[in-house]
Write a protein of this length. Structure first.
Length: 334
């Protein structure tokens, strides 16, 4: 008996533990990027859909401005969470554009999309569980897609009565194009990017601005990963096939953002990116600190640069000595 226990303990020590195996799997690049997209999308969607639930169900507790802030700062939190791992796309249209423009490999496309869709679907399930009693009370137990007590709009976008299908399509193309155009501007280190560490906040503010200025017509989905998985959840949760039939709108938030994001990326590269003079920039005296050192954008982060437009700052683990500023200094020295 003692010999059998000894062999068993020896076998347990010599074989890899479950935790060790999990750690080895988690270190694989594809797995880390999948989990980063999953978690960042989940966080963004919980904050965003929760704010919509407050507007639909909560009366004085919610507002359209609150929805914009919920999605905007949900994006900010997602970028903070996954920016240095996957780039925190959280948007299938942005992932497609990065692949189409050669900024990332196509083999990563299904990995990113799967992570985003699963995170979005789980976020919809989370909001459904949290607000279930409020949904039932508001709707009288009837899960409807249209009408005065409709609750399906908590989870996905629906075309309002004042708009037409193709006008809504063009609206989604425009807002997604503006999103991608501005993202390239925010993160283009050869132009005038947001300072390192502020990209997440600036991108969140961008989403808020798009919402409060152009969000009324279609609900500014701008993102297949934001609209399709929650819509599918409502289909299986009791709202039925009507979530796909209502004014034949369901395909527009899936197709239009792909076209809009790609056009936005191309327009930026042609109109702005191609006109930037690729030359060293001189730091003026007004940017220098009292101790005669450069205090902005220190390249001390150990993580490699990402291939996403959300984390453009190229960093290096090598620390170089900063020369005194008796003369103007080229940024390329850093």
């Amino acid at each position: 008996m003692a010999q059998r226990d000894k062999k068993r303990r020896s076998k347990m020590v010599s074989s890899p533990t479950v935790i060790t195996r999990m750690q080895a799997i988690m270190q694989k690049e594809m797995v880390r990027e999948f989990l980063a997209e999953f978690m960042s999308t989940y966080v963004m969607m919980v904050f965003g859909l929760g704010s919509v639930a407050h507007m639909v169900l909560g009366g004085k507790f919610g507002s359209f401005l609150g929805v914009n802030l919920g999605f905007g700062f949900g994006v900010t939190m997602g970028v903070h969470m996954a920016g240095n791992i996957s780039g925190a796309h959280m948007n299938a249209a942005l992932t497609f554009t990065n692949c189409a423009l050669g900024r990332m490999s196509w083999k990563k496309f299904p990995v990113y999309i799967l992570g985003q869709f699963l995170g979005s679907f789980l976020a919809a399930a989370t909001i459904y569980c949290l607000f279930y009693s409020a949904i039932i009370e508001f709707s009288g137990g009837r899960l409807t897609v249209t009408g005065p007590i409709a609750t399906a709009s908590i989870f996905a976008t629906y075309l309002p009565d004042h708009s037409t299908l193709w006008r809504g399509f063009l609206d989604e193309v425009l807002v997604t194009g503006l999103l991608q155009l501005c993202l390239f501007a925010i993160t283009d280190k050869e132009n005038n990017p947001a300072l390192q560490g502020t990209q997440a906040l600036v991108i969140g503010i961008l989403v808020v601005v798009i919402g409060i200025s152009l969000g009324m017509n279609t609900g500014y989905a701008m993102n297949p990963s934001r609209d399709l998985p929650p819509r599918f959840f409502t289909y299986i949760a009791g709202w039925g096939i009507q979530v796909f039939r209502a004014r034949d709108w369901w395909w527009v938030p899936v197709v239009a953002p792909f076209l809009g994001a790609y056009l936005g990326g191309i327009i930026y590269l042609v109109f702005i990116g191609s006109t930037i003079t690729r030359r060293p920039h001189i730091l003026e005296d007004s940017m220098m600190s009292e101790d005669r050192r450069i205090p902005v954008l220190p390249k001390t982060m150990p993580n490699p640069a990402m291939t996403s437009p959300l984390t453009p700052v190229s960093v290096s683990p090598t620390v170089r000595t900063v020369p005194p500023l008796s003369d103007p200094i080229l940024l390329e020295q850093f």
